[in-house]
Design a protein around this ligand. Structure first.
Ligand code: DAH
Length: 366
């Protein structure tokens, strides 16, 4: 044996002895104790005892400095291995304990996550308002503006400006709700239609005019399936140079297609209105049966639905508002909003709109 060999055996022996003397714990033997720990606090104590400053491992780490170089390396490796092993076991236990503690905390705070949340029912626009919005949108898409006017109206705007003869039955107290009746100079009433806004708007604006006017109207009617004393109309007015009857028909046919469906066709029946000449009523093909059902609930089997009144603006109306009938022509129309809603949705009784029965209203959430 050479001297060198002798020295190395000597070193190995010393190292073995040193390692034997190290009182390092065996982490696998501590596992059962770790498993038995139930709280983070206790596990913290355990950590302090075995890895903290006063722990055996910490002491052995300190002792490393006293060892000769050759031994320090191996001893350091062992200590770190034990430390890491133990730390890993403690970490794993901490994770399990944390989950349990969180569950315990949730249970203790008494939050029952299976409890249904409160439901607040959200209202919706009334079907009449929905139809007003939809019709307005269609005409806005055609370049029209939305205008409005007063519900308490001068008889002059409701009748005279609109070329209504003095002996028109609508002027009777039995038909129209007057606020002030008797002296023709300042008679006031609740407007019987939205048409007075035609005159008010033209008085205040130069042509061209393209407006729709949704609004509330009043008539001395008895409530039944097709009449309400308070109801809604939507008025339309187009005034420009060179407007013709074909413009009226094209515009209203486009409206009918957008409102009732692309296959809708329209027909015009001659009629009389004081403020238009010629005047007509416009019917649309029934979107429900398309003419195929002789007992259709919506159109009554005729295949046609009456939608609105319309016509070319009477020159006398232009005169009344200060427009020159030689410069402009125009068309106007007026539709009952309840009627539009009824034909569109197959509603058979106008009273549903004012009954405030949620079973009815909730069918039209918009
Ligand atoms: N104002 C009419 C009514 O209440 C409806 C109407 C018909 C309006 C023809 C118009 C129109 O503008 O041109 O019965």
């Amino acid at each position: 044996m050479t001297e060198e060999q002798e020295e190395s055996i000597d070193l190995d022996a010393k190292l073995d002895e040193m390692l034997l003397n190290m009182r390092l714990p065996d982490p696998s033997e501590l596992q059962a104790r770790i498993d038995a720990i139930a709280t983070s606090d206790d596990l913290g104590e355990f950590h302090k005892d075995h890895l903290g400053r006063g722990s055996v491992i910490a002491k052995e780490l300190k002792n490393l400095g006293k060892l000769p170089d050759e031994q320090r390396k191996e001893a350091g490796r062992r200590i770190h291995a034990v430390r890491q092993d133990l730390q890993r076991r403690i970490d794993a236990r901490q994770e399990a304990i944390s989950i349990q503690e969180k569950a315990g905390q949730i249970a203790a705070e008494g939050i029952d996550v299976t409890l249904d949340s409160r439901h607040y029912s959200i209202g919706s626009l009334h079907l009449i308002q929905q139809v007003i919005d939809e019709v307005s949108d269609i005409f806005i898409g055609l370049g029209y503006k939305v205008a409005d006017g007063p519900e308490a109206e001068l008889a002059w705007y409701n009748f005279d400006a609109l070329n209504t003869p003095k002996d028109h039955p609508g002027r009777l107290e039995s038909d129209t709700m007057y606020l002030d009746y008797g002296d023709p100079a300042d008679e006031m009433l609740l407007r019987a239609h939205t048409s007075p806004v035609q005159a008010r708007y033209m008085e205040a604006h130069e042509p061209p005019v393209y407006i729709v006017v949704p609004g509330k109207c009043y008539r001395n009617d008895t409530v039944d399936a097709s009449h309400l004393p308070v109801f809604y109309q939507i008025e339309g007015l187009a005034v420009d140079s060179g407007i013709q009857f074909s413009d009226l028909k094209g515009t209203l046919a486009e409206f009918a297609r957008q409102f009732l469906g692309p296959r809708t066709e329209v027909r015009l029946r001659p009629h009389y209105f004081p403020f238009t000449e010629p005047s007509a009523e416009m019917d649309a093909t029934c979107p429900s049966c398309e003419g195929a059902n002789t007992s259709c609930r919506v159109c009554g089997g005729s295949g046609w639905l009456e939608l609105l009144g319309c016509g070319m603006v009477d020159p006398n109306v232009f005169d009344a508002v200060g427009y020159n009938p030689a410069d402009v022509t125009g068309f106007a129309f007026g539709a009952g909003v309840e009627r539009l809603a009824m034909v569109r949705y197959g509603i058979e009784d106008m009273r549903h709109f004012v009954d405030n029965d949620l079973r009815f209203l909730a069918q039209f959430p918009g």
